[in-house]
Ligand binder design. Structure first.
Ligand code: AKG
Ligand code: FE2
Length: 112
C-alpha cells in the first residue's frame, strides 16, 4: 500500500472514541482491504474492537506508547474505538525529552 492520508487524534486523560468503522476511504481501497496502520504515542489506551457496534460484545486490548496496530484484509471493517485513556502511563522520557502534551496521540495511516 502507499498511504496518502494520516489522521492524528489527541486524547486528553478523559478522551474517548466511540465504536465505529473506518469507511471514509475509496470504495476500491475498502474492497481491497488496504490496512489502517495505527501508531500509539503517550498514555496507554483501552482499545475496543469487535464484529458489532456493541460495547458489551467488544474485546479489549491495551495499546501502549510505541505499539503499532494494523487492521486490514478481513479485519478492515471491524468496529473499534477507545474506551479510556490510562492516565500517567506515557514513558517518562517522552515527556521529559519532547514537547508532547500529557495524553495520547494516535496516528493512523491509510490509502485513500
Ligand atoms: O485512537 C485510536 O487508537 C483509534 C483511532 C481511530 O479509530 C480513528 O482515527 O479512526
Ligand atoms: Fe477508526
Amino acid at each position: 500500500m502507499s498511504p496518502n492520508i494520516c489522521i492524528i487524534n489527541f486524547y486528553s486523560k478523559t478522551g474517548k472514541f466511540g465504536l465505529h468503522q473506518d469507511k471514509d476511504e475509496s470504495p476500491e481501497s475498502l474492497r481491497k482491504g488496504l490496512p489502517v496502520v495505527s501508531f500509539s504515542i503517550g498514555d496507554s489506551a483501552e482499545f475496543l474492537y469487535g464484529d458489532h457496534r456493541d460495547i458489551e460484545k467488544a474485546d479489549k486490548v491495551v495499546l501502549e506508547s510505541g505499539d503499532v496496530l494494523i487492521f486490514g484484509g478481513k479485519a478492515r471493517n471491524i468496529f473499534h474505538g477507545v474506551d479510556s485513556i490510562v492516565p500517567d502511563t506515557a514513558p517518562k522520557a517522552l515527556l521529559e525529552e519532547t514537547y508532547v502534551k500529557p495524553g495520547r496521540l494516535n496516528l493512523t495511516f491509510r490509502e485513500y
